[in-house]
Design a protein around this ligand. Structure first.
Ligand code: NAD
Length: 429
């Protein structure tokens, strides 16, 4: 099913790493460790539903362009499907399918009653006006109207989307069903039922996990040297919170290049600079430009890839000098690179743990929406901290008990819980 959608270009690219094959390899490794029944592995290896829709959009010049929009629902054994919506030129059905599977294990690892899903459209939002993006988002939502809903599948923001797109999705869904349905998406503006603390949640979760990992090494956040690839929703929030905790964020980057400052960047001032110039971080005062490739190999305590998949690969893994790699992005370290890092004693904090803060607060937003009771930010942040620290401790314990690396430990916990639920529910018919 998925191989037919793999473009010729992808297949011919020598550097191509299939994200879905990679996701399946991690699942198989966890299944082997857990001695899972082959029939359970067979069920968990396949997404339950794969939807691709055509999105005809009238551009501002009156030309009509037809885009492909995907939504993949991997597994709803534990509850409704949940997952982000990505607008990025590199979106493919295979990537969306891999990310949907990752979401299943992430929710189970954090003890959240959701299944995994993901959506995406292969566009670069930079090249579309706000009006065009609104038309694309609304048509995409209406094409998926029967496949999403607060008890069915609940989209959220991901790369290239934000609270704005979630508001358009919520409105389109609500207008179509005839009444307001805030619970159909999370990560929406507070004015329409969004949760306090959601915008910073993924970055805050990354900060909590790094804090715990450093503490386990007898180090604190204060003075820790940190490099961050990506300065979007996740990267900039993590940078700000780490800076506030006393860490030295020595380098950050965006798609258009990075900056370095030995003494640590002034993150609040950098955020203001980026908001004003809208062209990335390069040019910020008292900094030296640095390429994305060089940022990854800087000597530092913690490296946070917070942009794209497959950034640390066979080609650059031997140059990585960080003691801890915290996967804020999904899948930034390839399977082979991960093995090399583990063999060198680098602590790799896996994506399904490190970047789970977003889905945790999405869940808290959904719970608040369903109960019509809304919490203050302090309560949201505290609940987030409790769930993140609890999951971190469970992963460390699993790693110790089974003598396995952290990623495999996280996967065995997530996959094991879903497998148990599948076995308890049984197979229909
Ligand atoms: P975003 O679109 O807000 O930001 C992405 C950042 O990456 C931008 O600064 C962009 O310039 C930069 N970037 C793009 N291409 C790059 C390149 N080639 N080199 C360096 N930087 C590049 O996206 P986001 O929401 O911050 O998501 C980032 C990652 O975190 C993604 O992998 C996403 O799946 C993952 N994630 C996001 C959330 C969330 O709540 N937003 C939750 C979990 C995981």
């Amino acid at each position: 099913m998925l191989s037919s959608s793999l473009s010729q270009l992808e297949k011919e690219s020598p550097a191509y790493i299939c994200p879905y094959d990679q996701a399946c390899s991690y699942l198989e490794e966890a299944a082997k460790e857990l001695k899972l029944d082959q029939s359970i592995l067979e069920v968990l290896s396949h997404p339950r539903k794969v939807v691709t829709v055509s999105i005809p959009v009238k551009r501002d010049n009156s030309q009509v362009q037809v885009l492909a929009g995907h939504r993949v629902q991997h597994c709803d054994i534990l509850g409704p499907y949940k997952g982000g919506t990505r607008y990025h030129p590199a979106v493919t059905l295979r990537e969306v399918s891999a990310l949907a599977m990752l979401m299943t294990w992430k929710c189970a690892l954090l003890g959240i009653p959701y299944g995994g899903a993901k959506g995406g459209i292969a566009i670069d939002p930079k090249f579309y006006s706000v009006g065009e993006l609104e038309r694309i988002t609304r048509r995409y939502t209406s094409e998926l109207i029967k496949d999403i809903g607060p008890a069915v599948d609940i989209p959220a923001p991901d790369m290239g989307t934000s609270a704005r797109e979630m508001a358009w999705m919520m409105d389109t869904y609500s207008v179509n069903v005839g009444h307001a349905v805030p619970g159909v998406v999370t990560g929406k503006p507070i004015s329409i039922g969004g949760s306090r603390g959601r915008e910073m949640a993924t970055g805050r979760g990354v900060m909590f996990i790094i804090r715990e990992a450093l503490a386990d090494k007898g180090q604190s956040l204060a003075g820790a040297r940190i490099a961050i690839q990506g300065f979007g929703n996740v990267g900039s929030a993590a940078a700000l919170l780490l800076h506030e905790a006393g860490a030295k964020v020595i380098a950050v980057s965006t798609g258009s290049g990075g900056i370095f400052c030995e003494d640590g960047l002034d993150i609040p001032a950098l955020k203001a600079y980026v908001a004003e110039n809208r062209k990335g971080v390069v040019g910020f005062e008292h900094t030296t430009p640095i390429s994305n490739a060089d940022l990854l190999t800087l000597p530092c305590d913690v490296l946070i890839p917070a942009a794209l998949e497959n950034q640390i690969t066979e080609d650059n893994v031997n140059q990585i000098q960080a003691k801890i790699v915290a996967e804020a992005a999904n899948g930034p370290v390839t399977l082979v690179a991960n093995q090399v890092l583990e063999s060198k004693g680098v602590t790799v904090l896996p994506d399904i743990l490190a970047n789970a803060g977003g889905v945790v607060v999405s869940y808290l937003e959904w719970v608040q929406g369903l109960s019509y009771v809304f919490w203050d930010e302090e309560r949201v942040n505290k609940e987030l901290e409790n769930l993140m620290v609890q999951a971190y401790r469970q992963v460390m314990q699993q790693s110790k008990i089974r003598q396995i690396p952290l990623r495999l430990a996280a996967y065995t916990l997530g996959v094991g819980r879903v497998a148990q639920a599948l076995s308890d529910r049984g197979l229909y018919p």
